[in-house]
Write a protein that binds this ligand. Structure first.
Ligand code: PSU
Ligand code: MN
Length: 333
């Protein structure tokens, strides 16, 4: 481990790409994208194509994509093609949660950021809308392992709107929803009265609030800011369309087997989620991957529309016209 430390303080603040900086300065919509899904959630070489495809989807929907990662000890918000390629192809790319950011920056490390680290950096950079596949949450073996993703606590303290297909179905979904309630994180079903099930259209769990348009989401964001309480995320739970979901019977069978194998092999910590996602993909002959990708694509496109609706609100009625001031709600603490 070599440290960056020198007499002059290294630049630890996130580095925004010129395009992202320009978009923020002119109040154009920007969508933050995470990189762990690229480096650790999808198989190579497809992951690189997907990374480019997701950025293209954001652009096609009229917003600027800002994929977030740490490269050579710099937290980057907005990556060029070369950096995206490194994330997708470098086998040494680490998986960085929020707590890993400081050691990664201090040692000049490189890694993909999870939801917790991405949401944090996005808020720091003044981005309000973030898209991913499925959030981390409470694992099914929680009573034994105490494994609850750091995503939840970070979202409880960070003022970003996260568009996702619920939480990964490898998790204990009811327990995760309960934690979100306890932590005070708002959950909106997008066009649905049920919490999505990641690979599945529905987890079977109800949601308390349903919205049907990007404008409605933006209005909830404005109300959240006007209330001026402690910063916390807003989850927009957007289900994968029924036609694109994984067959529910196949899902349940293959997942039970993957969870058993995970336990048998003693896989713990950060390795659990990538292991289960990979195992499901193999055992469904790629069907889970297609469902995962359909979910992510839908989330990215919706996030771009929400970002546009958000920037369309009169700047004076948004608490943070460009998000970069230090007003109490920017969530980046
Ligand atoms: N969504 C996906 N695939 C993924 C992830 C999300 O479709 O791989 C990643 C996110 O980065 C999320 C992480 O934060 O999985 C959760 O990992 P853990 O359970 O170790 O916190
Ligand atoms: Mn975990």
């Amino acid at each position: 481990m070599s440290f960056n430390a020198t007499d002059s303080a290294p630049a630890y603040a996130p580095v925004l790409s010129a395009e992202v900086r320009a978009a923020l300065a002119t109040h154009r919509p920007v969508v933050a994208l995470e990189s762990t899904i690229i480096a650790h959630g999808l198989p190579r070489p497809r992951n690189l194509r997907v990374a480019g495809e997701l950025e293209g989807l954001v652009r096609a929907s009229g917003a600027v994509p800002a994929t977030i990662a740490v490269l050579d000890g710099r937290a980057r918000v907005g990556l060029d093609r070369g950096l995206l390629e490194r994330i997708a192809t470098d086998p040494a790319m680490r998986k960085l949660g929020h707590r890993d950011l400081a050691p990664a920056l201090a040692t000049g490390a490189s890694g993909a950021t999870t939801v917790s680290a991405t949401a944090f950096l996005a808020a720091r950079a003044g981005l309000r809308v973030f898209a991913t596949g499925g959030l981390g949450g409470v694992h099914r073996e929680w009573t034994r392992t105490q494994d609850e993703s750091a995503d939840l606590r970070l979202l409880a303290e960070t003022g970003v709107t996260v568009v996702c297909a619920g939480v990964k179905s490898i998790l204990d979904v009811p327990a995760t929803l309960q934690r979100l309630e306890t932590l005070g994180v708002g959950v909106l079903g997008y066009g649905t009265e049920h919490f999505p099930g990641f690979y599945l259209h529905s987890s079977g769990e109800p949601v308390d609030w349903t919205v049907r348009t990007p404008e409605e989401v933006a209005e909830v964001m404005r109300a959240q800011d006007a209330l001026d309480g402690p910063a916390s995320a807003l989850i927009v739970a957007n289900p994968v369309p029924v036609r694109d979901q994984l067959d529910p019977g196949l899902h349940d069978r293959v997942l039970a087997e993957a969870l058993d194998l995970c336990r048998e092999r003693g896989i713990v910590g950060q390795a659990v989620t990538p292991f289960l996602l990979d195992r499901l993909m193999r055992r469904t002959e790629g069907a889970s991957l297609e469902a995962n990708l359909a979910a992510v694509r839908g989330n990215v496109a919706l996030a771009a529309r929400i970002a546009a609706a958000w920037t369309a609100l009169a700047p004076s009625t948004r608490a943070h016209p460009d998000g970069r001031d230090t007003a109490p709600r920017d969530g980046a603490r």
